[in-house]
Design a binder for this molecule. Structure first.
Ligand SMILES: [Zn+2]
Length: 45
């Protein structure tokens, strides 16, 4: 059963930042498709 759960998560496409392509681990809605790093850069500009 545990293996099946792991395979299930493997099949899920990792959420990637649209700016740098870095995988986003946090799933806060405010991040959207941008990682916190790129989001901070955008906010400062
Ligand atoms: Zn990024």
């Amino acid at each position: 059963m545990l293996v099946k759960v792991l395979e299930f998560f493997k099949n899920l496409p990792p959420k990637k930042c649209v700016q740098c392509g870095k995988e986003i681990e946090e799933q806060h809605e405010c991040y959207g498709n941008t990682c916190p790093d790129c989001l901070n850069v955008t906010c400062h500009q």
